[in-house]
Write a protein that binds this ligand. Structure first.
Ligand code: SF4
Length: 184
């Protein structure tokens, strides 16, 4: 008889010390575990890749299974900027401003060829990759990427979030990175 699997996701226990009635781990890992399973994405969708994202949020793929069903259309209540679609140079300052308005800690995914590199639009008017205006953590290739690829990118973000040291955002390297993007 085949094994019946639960319909919900059971999160992995972080590394730590366990004994009967006791489990001890580091604060970094506990916070990482909570953060990675409660990401609030801000969908910045400008064109066709946004349609793939709609499919990713729909019942069949359902990004909510990973704790990310609460989309945010306010940067101040979001911690993952998902840029999906062609970004015209005129819009680049808006992407930058939205990123600046998000509170720390925050992460960014460039979904699809246009967001990652300008895609097929190698023209005077299209930004050749959003990493020219904001730091990007994960790039999802494809034109458009399938929902499975978007989910794969999201899982990579979850790995980053879960394993990030609480001190990273205070490090000189991180400050240097923000300075490069003219973010105070
Ligand atoms: S990568 Fe392809 S599918 Fe996505 S926005 Fe650009 S042209 Fe559209």
């Amino acid at each position: 008889m085949s094994e019946i699997k639960p319909a919900y996701n059971v999160v992995e226990t972080p590394d730590g010390y366990s004994a009967p009635g006791l489990f001890a781990t580091s604060l970094d890992k506990v916070i990482g575990l909570a953060r990675k399973n409660s990401i609030w994405p801000l969908p910045f969708a400008t064109s066709c890749c946004g349609i793939e994202f709609m499919a990713t949020m729909g019942a069949h793929y359902d990004l909510g299974r990973f704790g990310a069903e609460r989309l945010s259309f306010s940067p101040r209540q979001a911690d993952l900027l998902m840029v999906m679609g062609t970004i015209a140079k005129k819009m680049a300052p808006i992407v930058h401003q939205v990123y600046e308005q998000m509170t720390e800690p925050k992460w960014v995914i460039a979904v699809g060829a246009c967001a990652a590199s300008g895609g097929i639009f190698d023209t005077y008017s299209v930004l050749q990759g959003i990493d020219r205006v904001v730091p990007v953590d994960v790039y999802v290739p494809g034109c458009p990427p399938r929902p499975e690829q978007i989910i794969e990118g999201f899982l990579k973000i979850q790995d980053l979030v879960g394993n990030e040291s609480l001190r990273r955002r205070y490090s000189p390297e991180y400050r240097e990175l923000l300075k490069k993007y003219r973010i105070a």
